[in-house]
Ligand binder design. Structure first.
Ligand code: SF4
Ligand code: SF4
Length: 80
Protein backbone atom coordinates (compact mmCIF):
# COMPACT_ATOMS: atom_id res chain seq x y z
CA UNK A 1 0.00 0.00 0.00
CA UNK A 2 1.30 3.43 -0.91
CA UNK A 3 2.76 5.55 1.86
CA UNK A 4 2.79 8.63 -0.32
CA UNK A 5 3.06 9.83 -3.86
CA UNK A 6 5.45 11.87 -5.95
CA UNK A 7 4.20 14.95 -7.76
CA UNK A 8 6.11 16.44 -10.67
CA UNK A 9 6.25 20.06 -11.75
CA UNK A 10 6.68 18.85 -15.32
CA UNK A 11 7.46 22.20 -16.93
CA UNK A 12 10.63 22.47 -14.81
CA UNK A 13 11.89 19.02 -15.81
CA UNK A 14 14.99 18.80 -18.00
CA UNK A 15 14.69 15.08 -18.62
CA UNK A 16 17.96 14.06 -16.95
CA UNK A 17 16.40 10.83 -15.63
CA UNK A 18 18.28 10.93 -12.31
CA UNK A 19 15.04 10.37 -10.44
CA UNK A 20 14.35 7.21 -12.44
CA UNK A 21 17.54 5.55 -11.20
CA UNK A 22 17.13 6.86 -7.66
CA UNK A 23 13.81 5.16 -6.96
CA UNK A 24 14.43 1.94 -5.02
CA UNK A 25 11.00 0.64 -5.97
CA UNK A 26 11.59 1.15 -9.72
CA UNK A 27 8.22 2.78 -10.14
CA UNK A 28 9.28 5.87 -12.08
CA UNK A 29 9.50 5.97 -15.87
CA UNK A 30 9.85 8.67 -18.48
CA UNK A 31 6.74 9.55 -20.42
CA UNK A 32 6.64 9.60 -24.20
CA UNK A 33 5.19 13.08 -23.90
CA UNK A 34 7.32 16.24 -24.00
CA UNK A 35 6.93 19.37 -21.92
CA UNK A 36 6.97 22.82 -23.51
CA UNK A 37 10.78 22.89 -23.28
CA UNK A 38 11.02 19.73 -25.36
CA UNK A 39 11.94 17.34 -22.52
CA UNK A 40 10.29 14.12 -21.53
CA UNK A 41 9.44 13.93 -17.85
CA UNK A 42 8.83 11.20 -15.25
CA UNK A 43 5.62 9.63 -14.12
CA UNK A 44 4.85 7.10 -11.42
CA UNK A 45 3.84 3.83 -13.08
CA UNK A 46 2.92 1.88 -9.94
CA UNK A 47 1.68 4.32 -7.29
CA UNK A 48 0.73 1.59 -4.80
CA UNK A 49 4.42 0.81 -4.26
CA UNK A 50 5.59 4.31 -3.31
CA UNK A 51 7.22 4.26 0.13
CA UNK A 52 7.48 8.06 0.31
CA UNK A 53 11.26 7.70 0.77
CA UNK A 54 11.75 11.05 -1.05
CA UNK A 55 14.89 9.84 -2.88
CA UNK A 56 13.43 11.04 -6.17
CA UNK A 57 12.89 14.53 -4.77
CA UNK A 58 16.32 14.71 -3.12
CA UNK A 59 18.25 13.79 -6.25
CA UNK A 60 16.41 16.10 -8.65
CA UNK A 61 18.67 19.08 -9.43
CA UNK A 62 15.77 21.20 -10.61
CA UNK A 63 13.32 20.88 -7.72
CA UNK A 64 10.76 19.23 -9.94
CA UNK A 65 9.64 16.57 -7.49
CA UNK A 66 7.56 16.90 -4.37
CA UNK A 67 6.64 13.83 -2.34
CA UNK A 68 3.37 13.80 -0.45
CA UNK A 69 3.31 11.56 2.60
CA UNK A 70 0.05 10.01 3.61
CA UNK A 71 -0.88 10.24 7.27
CA UNK A 72 -1.26 7.02 9.22
CA UNK A 73 -4.84 5.91 9.63
CA UNK A 74 -5.72 6.51 13.27
CA UNK A 75 -9.50 6.46 13.11
CA UNK A 76 -10.82 3.88 15.51
CA UNK A 77 -7.61 3.36 17.45
CA UNK A 78 -8.25 3.38 21.18
CA UNK A 79 -11.97 3.53 20.66
CA UNK A 80 -14.69 0.92 20.85
S1 SF4 B 1 9.23 8.65 -2.93
FE1 SF4 B 1 10.69 6.91 -3.09
S2 SF4 B 1 9.41 5.14 -3.66
FE2 SF4 B 1 8.18 6.98 -4.05
S3 SF4 B 1 8.56 7.45 -6.24
FE3 SF4 B 1 10.05 8.65 -5.04
S4 SF4 B 1 11.90 7.39 -4.92
FE4 SF4 B 1 10.19 6.04 -5.57
S1 SF4 C 1 15.65 14.29 -11.77
FE1 SF4 C 1 14.31 16.08 -11.98
S2 SF4 C 1 14.95 17.10 -13.89
FE2 SF4 C 1 15.75 14.99 -13.91
S3 SF4 C 1 14.17 13.78 -15.01
FE3 SF4 C 1 13.74 13.61 -12.81
S4 SF4 C 1 12.27 15.26 -12.42
FE4 SF4 C 1 13.24 15.72 -14.39
Amino acid sequence: MAKGKPEFDIERCKGCELCIGACPEHILAMTEIYNSQGHRYPECIDPDKCTACTFCAIICPDLVVRVWKYRKETVGEGKK
